[in-house]
Design a protein around this ligand. Sequence first.
Ligand code: G4P
Length: 553
Amino acid sequence: AAARSVQAQQAAEQAAAALTAEVLEREVGRRRNFAIISHPDAGKTTMTEKLLLYGGAIHEAGEVKARKSSRSATSDWMELEKQRGISITSTALTFEYSGCQLNLLDTPGHQDFSEDTYRTLAAADNAVLLVDGAKGIEPQTRKLFAVARLRGLPVFTFVNKMDRPALNGFEIVEQLEKEFGLQSYPVNWPIGSGDRFMGVYHRPSKKVILYEKRGQAGRSRGASVKAAYDLDDPELPGLVEGDLWEQLREEVELLEVLGDELDLEGVMAGKVTPVFFGSAMNNFGVELFLQTFIQLAAKPGPAPTRSGVAVSPTSPNFTGLVFKLQANMDPKHRDKVAFVRVVSGKFEKGMKVRVARSGRTVTLAAPQRMFANERQTVHEGFAGDVIGLTNPGAFAIGDTLVTGPLLAFPPIPTFSPELFAYLRCPPNQKKPFLKGVEGLLGEGAVQVLYSTDEYITDPVLAAVGQLQFEVVQYRMKDEYGVDTTLEPLPYCVARWMAAGGGWERLEGLGRLFGTTVMKDVYGRPVLLFRNEFALQQVLGEHADKLGELSPFA
Ligand code: G4P
């Protein structure tokens, strides 16, 4: 009888494991996780809103806009607080479309740039490159693309605002190729632009989808699609204005010559980008984009660990990566939230995990997902999902959380800083000052460097955007009661030596063209240059000695 009960138990366990495996396969298989990268004003908020509209997560356009309207000037502290509120509430938006669960990781939208953006991309599986059709590729898109490239993310391009005078499709395709080395595969192709925007030619279905501008600019789904015609439909030439029709026929032929088959492997490797044209504001082209995106986008995949072994997203053990920390999300409660990307297994509310760095066991008691200004409690999550955990101070950026054997994901690389300033401590406030620097540093609010002169102990803040300095100073005062001053330094390029270490390589270098050397928090040398030119000069003279230099820590 005893043997039989053991057998029964084993059978039950096996059945449970099989069921879990099935659930994991199914849930991971329907997840698509992505971040939108764009230059401010290209239409990210509008696009986000329309995606949510199609996903049924909101019911009328305008809900996202309302949240955004309070972001703007960076100098006003009240505004700053609000901005932080906005960027947080939209850290991850989840919606369903056609059986898939899409997780949109929102990158902060303000003019100024911060490290958060970078880290958000570290949690993304796909990047959607949103381009203003009139402006083409803009500076901030370049910066963000560099990050996506570093991570080898598949990139999907949406050329927006086609209802305004825009660059020719081929000009956009050429920019993508020239600037990013990205080969394009246009999934749809615009017919005219601006007042003469007539619609798009959808290559997979060989249909022309005509656009009709409506008064209530795309408030609900599908509002601006007039009709779809086969390319050889005899009615079509009468519907598309003469010269545009001729142009379309020519361009369609050209496209076929340039590339007929979509190279899916190239897409997965981030070398080929499917390109879409449309107008987010007018709700045109967004659904075509979504339909193709869910088919082609990368699903959550295996994640490499520091030891080199990859973790499968369907592994039964839960693992997660802390990619963002945010304090004081709710000014009334002064709480902290750690954002975790589920990498494998199943997340369950109340589960116990170990933090790989400290070995500490933590109960994930109050997981949340943010939407608009509401927090919804999350009960379960799978690879590709983002969960906000109230942070008892147990987490740091880059932490790996595990239920099974200890393992760790590689550190999240930091953005190459371009602005440097001493953060000066006021007299008699050393203690709260150091506490504040450590706290903000732990959160990854800013990078910190130190002088190689041991008598200079004030830290040098190294940032990507001015806003980061402002946030640090504001929070030093607000949270730690310390009135700091900033003393800007005249450098704008930082380089680390590849393969760690490197102090010995700096000895007896001679002329350094106004370059200074500082050390990072790990004690490694960092060269700070006054400009790109100085960097080139130093490299020209000392390349053999310095070896390879990296813009990242
Ligand atoms: P962002 O988040 O990337 O900064 O851009 P956002 O969506 O806020 O869009 C920036 C501006 O571009 C907005 O105009 C928005 O309405 C407009 N826009 C977005 N998509 C399209 C489009 O497809 N066509 C056209 N013509 N315009 C588009 P705004 O005047 O700044 O704001 P609002 O008054 O329209 O709200």
